[in-house]
Design a protein around this ligand. Structure first.
Ligand SMILES: Nc1ncnc2c1ncn2[C@@H]1O[C@H](COP(=O)(O)OP(=O)(O)O)[C@@H](O)[C@H]1O
Ligand SMILES: [Mg+2]
Length: 270
């Protein structure tokens, strides 16, 4: 359990009990504003994300992706419908409880990295553990393990502006997973990255999912979505397509393909 890469079963579930889904949404609606000017951003969304899944949410600009991300991330509340995160009924929580749930259960990755400037990679990654009340030595150990996991052991003391975009996003991924959250939620994580860095970050997500992390990625890029095991498309606040590409408990597609390519072939004849 030292790396954050370990396959957690989550706390509080009795042996033999079925673990609740990471995300369970039913009949979700979100209306901004009122009357004539009301915007129906979500019009009745149902979505169940079991632990171990890797979901790409796609849709054109204005289709409701960020609204959905904000609700899944407990950053905003729906107008109607239900949402359970890891079995917790989110609608019944107050602001203080919501901030605890956000800290313990969700690792966020944003398009713009959202690292604190003038704060080292190490301190950025350590921050969720500071909020979570994890003590000094344990905090240090876990933050360093998370940075090692994303391949940045040699950059722990660097400030964000001393790192490339791809490296900054890898720090953000380390920060997102350092708390061993139930869910990693990424909104356009490669939107500010060049092609090479995008592949690095998506490869990291692939490997995290392969060891059991549940990941929801919002993207409008098809080749990014192809990393996920499941493809959900939003149009005008409704899910119009929900297609599974790989089983929940299998390898993510790109990693699976890479594994197959590495398998030596038997050469016959000649
Ligand atoms: N705070 C807000 N107030 C009013 N309308 C909003 C607000 N946020 C989003 N919207 C509207 O809700 C719809 C969905 O937006 P959004 O969830 O941001 O879509 P996406 O992320 O897919 O581009 C859009 O029509 C947008 O203009
Ligand atoms: Mg958006």
């Amino acid at each position: 359990m030292s790396t954050g890469f370990a396959h957690g079963t989550g706390g509080g579930v009795a042996p033999g009990a079925v673990r609740p889904s990471a995300v369970h949404i039913s009949g979700l609606t979100k209306v901004y504003g009122e009357g004539e000017s009301a915007v129906h951003a979500l019009r009745g969304v149902d979505l169940d994300v079991p632990h171990g899944d890797y979901v790409a949410i796609m849709g054109a600009s204005g289709s409701g992706k960020s609204t959905m991300m904000n609700i899944i991330g407990c950053l905003d509340v729906p107008t109607g419908g239900g949402y359970r995160l890891d079995g917790i009924e989110i609608g019944s929580l107050d602001e203080a409880q919501l901030s605890i749930v956000r800290n313990r259960k969700i690792g966020f990755v944003f398009q713009s990295f959202n690292l604190l400037p003038r704060t080292s990679a190490f301190e950025n990654v350590e921050l969720p553990l500071v909020y979570g009340g994890v003590r000094g030595a344990e905090r240090r150990r876990r933050a360093l393990a998370a940075l090692e996991l994303v391949g940045l052991s040699d950059r722990v003391d660097h400030l964000p502006n001393q790192l490339s975009g791809g490296q900054q996003q890898r720090v953000a991924v380390a920060r997102a997973l350092v708390n061993a959250p139930s869910l990693i939620l990424a909104d356009e994580p490669t939107g500010n990255l060049d092609t090479h860095s995008s592949y690095e970050v998506m490869g990291l997500f692939d490997r995290l999912n392969a060891v059991g992390r549940t990941i929801v990625v919002i993207t409008h890029e098809e080749d990014i979505a192809e990393h996920a095991k499941r493809f959900v498309r939003l149009v005008d606040g409704r899910i119009v397509e929900d297609r599974r590409l790989s089983p929940v408990d299998g390898l993510p597609p790109k990693l699976g393909a890479a594994e197959r390519d590495r398998t030596p072939r038997v050469v016959t004849g000649g």
